[in-house]
Design a binder for this molecule. Structure first.
Ligand SMILES: Cc1cc2nc3c(=O)[nH]c(=O)nc-3n(C[C@H](O)[C@H](O)[C@H](O)COP(=O)(O)O)c2cc1C
Length: 187
């Protein structure tokens, strides 16, 4: 599998973030999409954590609970699109990461007790749009940089269209600027 597109643009076709993601994905042929608005991933509570840990301990990695993690680990390239919500991103994306973050699939511990990533992807690209400015509080991206380090993905990069909800702003000009940044990333 080549590119995994994690679509956390929960407003669907209304989403400006999704518009940017589509611009980024244009021309990329092998794309697998995980649509979080449809998937509606649930956060883990104690009972599910225990069930998953028991399956891990028994090496039963064929259980469907591990499917999202295996898909993420196998991708050559990761693109995550999410709007800027409350200084980060929608909770559905955090819930998705909880499903993906599985010891012995996306990361493991070495004999020296060091956490080492097991993901194949060489790059994680994060695309967002914000009502105001993301500068100085790009917390969703910073978190995903940490996750990429933990999962062994060596490169992370970021594109944003900012100030889209500012009254009187030229939204198209802001989106065009972000599209130009995307074109540069793809060049
Ligand atoms: C629940 C929610 C939380 C938001 N939080 C912020 C925020 O903290 N900072 C900000 O600049 N914009 C915030 N916004 C505005 C969105 O980031 C902005 O409208 C964005 O372009 C929406 O992306 P979309 O068109 O892809 O849905 C928020 C919007 C929603 C619905």
């Amino acid at each position: 599998m080549a590119t995994l597109f994690v679509n956390a643009c929960l407003r669907g076709d209304e989403s400006r973030t999704l518009e940017l993601c589509r611009e980024y994905l244009k021309g990329i042929s092998d794309v697998q999409e995980v649509n979080l608005a449809q998937l509606r991933p649930q956060p883990f509570y104690g009972d599910e954590v225990k069930r998953r840990a028991d399956l891990e301990a028994q090496g039963q990695f064929d259980d469907p609970i591990f499917d999202l993690s295996k898909q993420f680990a196998a991708a050559d390239d990761i693109v995550i699109g999410a709007p800027y919500w409350d200084l980060s991103f929608p909770a559905a994306l955090k819930a998705y990461i909880e499903h993906v973050s599985v010891c012995d699939i996306t990361f493991h511990y070495t004999e020296q007790s060091q956490c080492k990533g097991l993901c194949k992807a060489s790059c994680l690209t994060y695309i967002t749009t914000c009502g105001g400015s993301v500068a100085g509080a790009n917390l969703g991206y910073e978190y995903l940089c940490g996750i990429a380090r933990m999962f062994g993905i060596p490169k992370t990069r970021f594109v944003a269209a900012e100030n889209l909800d500012v009254v009187g702003i030229d939204v198209k000009a802001q989106m065009d600027k972000a599209c130009a940044a995307i074109a540069k990333l793809k060049a």
